[in-house]
Every structure is written in structure tokens, then in C-alpha cells.
Ligand binder design. Structure first.
Ligand SMILES: *[C@@H]1O[C@H](CO)[C@@H](O)[C@H](O)[C@H]1NC(C)=O
Ligand SMILES: *[C@@H]1O[C@H](CO)[C@@H](O)[C@H](O)[C@H]1NC(C)=O
Length: 497
């Protein structure tokens, strides 16, 4: 490597200090990550459910409103079904499978990954009851958080909320369209009928979201304290446009992404984070990767796509340099659930590093520092390695992986005795009194969950009430599936002494 080349970060130096006694088993981590999605299931669990401490729940979801909303995922440690983060989770699971299909298959987990995606998309199909109606939430943040109950016991409100022409939600519609479009590609060969159905819904939901513009939390007041769309809906509309282009190869979708590039902020926002709310970096990275496609020969396309690429590379350079890192080398965006930004960044960087490699390109960051595909990938790997235990706490933030991992995950189901072993009803307050405040480890392991993670000095307090660090979310784990697939595939499965 040329010596002016950027040597990736302090993290690499630090890694060489801790770890050599430890070996990382990426394949085991990947299998666990997929299992987690079974633990977050709502609805009627199938006969082949492997995560056995959970049971059926939410079997009357939607009934009050006369719609069948049984199924889907809980977002985190509560029992609500939030449409926006759920859809983002499914988009990232699908993208992971699309990029690292073979690696995930070689790890023996492809079938499970497809099931995890389908558990989400089956629900989105049910929730899309009319071309211009999408049900986007079941349960109420207020009453759910007031109680500490297993999903199998819930006595809280299960009211369902929708968006429609009079109460638009272009953000949640855009993300749901993206999820269904991405999944339609995943199922194209194995389940063509289902794939076609998903694409049909994706197109309709996108048209609805684009035609009736608005932020879903303007009307859906209930979601404001939990998943407000702070970045607005324009990023999701571009994101959906790109996913629909990828799924259909129809120019009308690419034209949308090009024509709205400026007014929607796609080529003006320079980002340092990518999350369930803020999709710009993902849009920019996806747009950069289609530049070389022969279909896109028009100058107008190319010119705009290069502008997307400029911003994509800004994001990557930021991750490697500008964004704060902890002394142990972890990307640090904010203290509440920081690991979501890390797993999402690691995935984007991994995908982009593959793209750099296959197109034989480098990135030029600030002050003409040249970064190559390996630098980008090594940084992504350092982040995953940190999560799996190569960090100052020697703690794996992937629950159930290794010997030391969070034992008091902020999660209603995991922290209360399993419904399977004790069916006696546990009431709203009884859960807080008997289970939430205990010092003891959770009775059930939330295998494969990625918790919020450590603070900006690599410190982590394994306390249930410390929800900023000990709560796990589905959108932390979803992109990790892809990165772990890549790591398994690159033969780095075991780090030898
Ligand atoms: C990191 O960022 C600073 C400030 O933006 C810049 O001066 C420096 O050259 C960058 N270093 C690398 C290695 O990218
Ligand atoms: C982590 O492991 C290293 C090497 O085994 C050890 O020196 C260090 O004290 C450990 N740190 C903690 C917080 O357990």
C-alpha cells in the first residue's frame, strides 16, 4: 500500500492490542442474528418456530377497526408494531440477502433469512387494504409503555392506525414501498407469484405516497414520541424510487430519482448518519452504484448520478474520519441506541467497498486522502468485530454470542418468565414490580439482538432501566445480516492466534 494511503483509524491499532486471544465466529453470529427475528414476531407462530420461549400474541390486532393485522414484528423491547421502522428493517434484511445471497446460503441460513423477510412482507400486504390506505401502527405508545407485560399477556390498547388520502404519510408509504420492492427481487426466482404480488403493492403504495404528500406524524400524533419522521418524507420517496427502479428497471423510476434529486435533497444533503429515519446516505450509495449501468447513458442521468456519488463518498469519508469515534474505535453518533448507526454504516461501507473493488475505483476524501476498497471494508469489519466483543469491555453486544453479553436486555418478553413455562397471567404493573426491577439476569435470552451499546467512552451498564444502552431494535440487527454474510464469505470466520 502506498504510504500516503489512509491507514484505517485508531480502531485497527486498538484491535491489535486486545484481541488475539479471542476468535470470532462470524457464522455463529450470523445464525443468531437471524434467530432474533423469530423472537420479535407478533401473531400466530408457525409450527417450525425455533425460538421456543415465545408464543402466539396479538391475535386480535386490527379487529376493532375491522381489518386483519395479525403478524409483523415488534420493533424493540415493547409490544407495539410501528410501520416505519418495521419497513426499514425489512428493506435492510432484503438488501442484505440481495448482496450476500451466496454467503448467507453457504452459512445454511438462506431459508431462515427468507422467512424473516416474508414475516414482514406478509404483514405489509395485509396492512395495504386499499390502493390509498396503509395501516401503519398497532398498539399505543402511551398505554404500552405504561405496562411491563409479555406480548402473550397484553391487556393494553391494540388500536390500529392508518394513513389515507386525508391523512397522508409519504415517509412510511415510501419505506413500505421500498421494503416490498426490495423483497420482490429477493423472491423473484424462488417464489415468482409472491414476488409479483409484492411488486404490485410496492408500486401502488409508492404512487399513493407520492401523490398524497405529507409526514405521517403530523396526523398520527401517537407516533410522535416514538418514531417521528424528523427528516421528512423526501428521502423515503427517493429511496422507494430507487428500489422500484432496481426491481423493475423501468426508466420512469430512474427519471423520478433524477428529476427530484435536487428538490428532494438527494444531491444536496451531505450526511453523517443512515437510519430508519434518515435515508439520504443509502439513496446516495445506491445511486452511485448504478452509474455504470449501460441503460443509463443519458447525460442528464450521468451528471446527476455523479452528484449523488459525491455525497455518498462524503458519507463514507465521514464514517472513517470526521464522525466521532470512541477511544476503542467505535463510530459514535449519539448516545441513545448508537449501535443502529454503526450496523447500518458497516453495511453501507461493506457494499460500497465491494462496488469500489469490482469497478476498480478509489475514493478521494478530504485533503486528497485516497481510500481504497480494502480500507473501507476493514473499517466496516472493525465495527462488527467491536460489536462481537473486541472492545474495551470485552463484551459482545450481540446477545447470546460469546460468553459475555448483556444479560438484562430492556425487553418485556425476555425479562419476564416465559409464557411457555408459566401461563399464569402477569398484569400491567405486576410486570414492573416482579420482573423489571430485578437485578437478576433475564430468564430468556434474546438471542441475536443487537442492543443500543456503549457510550462515547466504551462504557456499558447492563441494567434493564438503562434503555438507551440495553434495548435492542430490529433495525440494528437487519443490516448486520449482510455484513456478517460478507465476513463469513471472505473466509475470516475464525481469527487465529
Ligand atoms: C480527516 O478530516 C480532517 C478535517 O476534515 C482533514 O483535515 C483530514 O485530512 C482528514 N484525514 C483523513 C485521513 O481523511
Ligand atoms: C478485557 O480483556 C483484556 C485481555 O484479556 C484484559 O486485559 C482486560 O482487563 C479486560 N477488560 C475488562 C473490562 O474485562
Amino acid at each position: 500500500m502506498a504510504d500516503q494511503r489512509f491507514l484505517v483509524c485508531a480502531s485497527v491499532l486498538l484491535l491489535s492490542l486486545f484481541p488475539l486471544t479471542k476468535s470470532l465466529d462470524y457464522k455463529d453470529a450470523l445464525s443468531k442474528t437471524i434467530l432474533y427475528f423469530e423472537l420479535q414476531r407478533s401473531g400466530h407462530l408457525p409450527f417450525n418456530q425455533r425460538a421456543t420461549w415465545r408464543d402466539h400474541s396479538g391475535l386480535t390486532d386490527g379487529l376493532e377497526q375491522g381489518v386483519d393485522l395479525v403478524g409483523g414484528y415488534h420493533d424493540a423491547g415493547d409490544n407495539i408494531k410501528f410501520g416505519l421502522p418495521m419497513a426499514f428493517t425489512v428493506t435492510m434484511l432484503s438488501w442484505s440477502v440481495l448482496e450476500y445471497h451466496e454467503e448467507i446460503a453457504a452459512a445454511g441460513e438462506l431459508q431462515h433469512a427468507l422467512e424473516a423477510i416474508k414475516w414482514g412482507t406478509d404483514y405489509f400486504i395485509k396492512a395495504h387494504t386499499h390502493p390509498h390506505v396503509l395501516w401503519v401502527q398497532v398498539g399505543d405508545g402511551g398505554t404500552d409503555h405504561y405496562c411491563w407485560q409479555r406480548p402473550e399477556d397484553m391487556t393494553t390498547s391494540r388500536r390500529a392506525y392508518k394513513i389515507d388520502e386525508k391523512h397522508p404519510g409519504s415517509d412510511v408509504a415510501g419505506e413500505t414501498a421500498a421494503a416490498m420492492a426490495a423483497a420482490s427481487i429477493v423472491f423473484r426466482t424462488t417464489n415468482p407469484h409472491y414476488s409479483h404480488l409484492l411488486l404490485h403493492h410496492a408500486k401502488q403504495v409508492f404512487e399513493f405516497g407520492d401523490k398524497f404528500r405529507g409526514k405521517y406524524d403530523d396526523d398520527l400524533i401517537n407516533v410522535k414520541g416514538f418514531y417521528p419522521s424528523v427528516s421528512g418524507y423526501k428521502d423515503e420517496l427517493l429511496w422507494a424510487g430507487l428500489w422500484l427502479y432496481k426491481a423493475t428497471r423501468k426508466m420512469e423510476y430512474m427519471d423520478y430519482v433524477i428529476q427530484n434529486a435536487h428538490s428532494f435533497g438527494g444531491i444536496t444533503w451531505a450526511m453523517q448518519e443512515f437510519s430508519w429515519d434518515v435515508k439520504y446516505a443509502g439513496v446516495q450509495i445506491m445511486a452511485s452504484m448504478v452509474i455504470s449501468q449501460p441503460l443509463l447513458h443519458r447525460d442528464e442521468h450521468k451528471k446527476t448520478l455523479y452528484k449523488y456519488r459525491e455525497k455518498a463518498e462524503h458519507y463514507i469519508c465521514s464514517c472513517l474520519n470526521t464522525t466521532k469515534h470512541t477511544p476503542g474505535g467505535l463510530l459514535f453518533t449519539r448516545k441513545w441506541n448508537n449501535l443502529q448507526y454503526v450496523t447500518n454504516a458497516a453495511f453501507l461501507l461493506t457494499v460500497y467497498s465491494d462496488h469500489l473493488k469490482s469497478t476498480n475505483q478509489n475514493i478521494i476524501c478530504h485533503n486528497k486522502v485516497i481510500i481504497g476498497a480494502d480500507d473501507v471494508f476493514n473499517f466496516a469489519k472493525s465495527q462488527v468485530d467491536y460489536i462481537l466483543g473486541l472492545n474495551p469491555m470485552n463484551m459482545s453486544y450481540l446477545v447470546g454470542y460469546g460468553t459475555k453479553y448483556p444479560k438484562r436486555v430492556h425487553h418485556r418478553g425476555a425479562s419476564i418468565i416465559s409464557y411457555k413455562s408459566n401461563k399464569a397471567f402477569i398484569g400491567c404493573m405486576q410486570g414492573y414490580r416482579g420482573w423489571f426491577g430485578r437485578r437478576k439476569a433475564n430468564p430468556n435470552v434474546l438471542t441475536g439482538a443487537v442492543v443500543g451499546g456503549p457510550d462515547d467512552h466504551d462504557r456499558f451498564r447492563d441494567v434493564r432501566a438503562n434503555y438507551m444502552q440495553t434495548e435492542a431494535c430490529t433495525y440494528n440487527a437487519a443490516p448486520l445480516l449482510g455484513t456478517l454474510g460478507k465476513l463469513v464469505g471472505s473466509g475470516g470466520s475464525v481469527r487465529r492466534q
